[in-house]
Design a binder for this molecule. Structure first.
Ligand code: G
Ligand code: G
Ligand code: NA
Ligand code: MN
Length: 250
């Protein structure tokens, strides 16, 4: 209750931040995009993670304003990066209840002059379970803007594979619970292998999340994942650290 009131003013007071985690191409090793991850620098409680305050934002309806801010900030930051780099922004299912997201995306692209194909929106399977609104139409409208759509935390949900052909999705992000430390876990390896196979058949890109070790990196690369992300590559960083990171990264 108290946090909800604080969150109401956090946006105006500039307490929300975005940090960026690189996503690398597993064939060539180069950085191809950064995922924007929200943080809240709370005046008394210190740095809060989105796992704590995004649910509060969703319940209180603040998610529309906060999500709009994240889209604009991420596009503005990405417009300063080399043109081959994309930016990924997380969207929560609650944002789809309101018509705002389409307007926010349009506005963020126009204001930043970011090429639409450089923006990727990460949605979760939970969106398909929530039946509010017309999700199919909504995702098609977003896709028509030229942005790309990724399915986050893939493998943890319950949605049918039919969604992958019905909705305009270009990427599957393989949840980290299937990645880190699973090199010798035959069951999880089989799941990753199956996801990569489906993605390949449907012409989708795969990103392995949660790459924490050289071993994680090696086996997901060997199984044919196209992209990777995780602490072994880099932890999320402020936008200001990106130029130095890119200069050092080989
Ligand atoms: O960065 P961290 O691991 O604490 O993120 C926890 C969760 O919060 C992740 O599931 C992530 O997708 C989500 N998240 C991070 N940033 C945003 C954001 O800007 N909007 C929404 N809706 N979720 C976010
Ligand atoms: O749900 P989503 O995939 O958006 O969650 C992203 C979250 O995962 C971010 O909060 C980020 O900080 C976290 N994260 C990124 N890389 C790693 C990693 O290698 N290991 C773990 N455990 N978490 C990670
Ligand atoms: Na994500
Ligand atoms: Mn994920």
């Amino acid at each position: 209750r108290r946090l909800q009131e604080d969150l109401r003013t956090a946006l105006d007071d500039g307490e929300l931040r975005l940090v960026y985690q690189p996503i690398v191409d597993l064939d060539h090793g180069g950085v191809i995009a950064f995922e924007a991850l929200m943080r809240w620098q709370h005046p008394e409680r210190g740095l809060l993670s989105p796992g704590l305050f995004i649910p509060i934002a969703e319940e209180s309806g603040l998610i529309d304003a906060i999500g709009g801010w994240a889209l604009r900030q991420a596009c503005r930051d990405a417009a300063d990066w080399p043109r081959h780099l994309g930016v990924a922004v997380n969207l929560s299912p609650a944002q789809f209840g309101q018509a705002g997201v389409l307007a926010h995306v349009t506005h963020a692209l126009a204001e930043s002059h970011l090429a639409p194909h450089r923006l990727e929106l990460e949605i979760t399977e939970a969106l398909f379970m929530a039946r509010h609104g017309n999700n199919e139409r909504f995702l098609n409208d977003l896709h028509a803007l030229g942005v790309r759509l990724a399915l986050d935390d893939f493998g943890t949900g319950f949605s049918s594979l039919g969604y992958l052909t019905r909705f305009p999705i270009q990427k599957l992000k393989i949840d980290r619970s299937f990645v880190h430390g699973r090199a010798d876990d035959d069951g999880r390896r089989a799941v990753v292998e199956a996801i990569v196979g489906i993605a390949h058949s449907l012409g989708l890109v795969t990103t392995a999340e949660g790459i924490e070790t050289a071993e994680d990196l090696a086996w997901v690369t060997a199984l044919g994942c196209s992209q990777g992300q995780g602490y072994h590559v880099a932890e999320p960083m402020p936008a200001a650290a990106i130029p130095a990171f890119l200069a050092d990264f080989q």
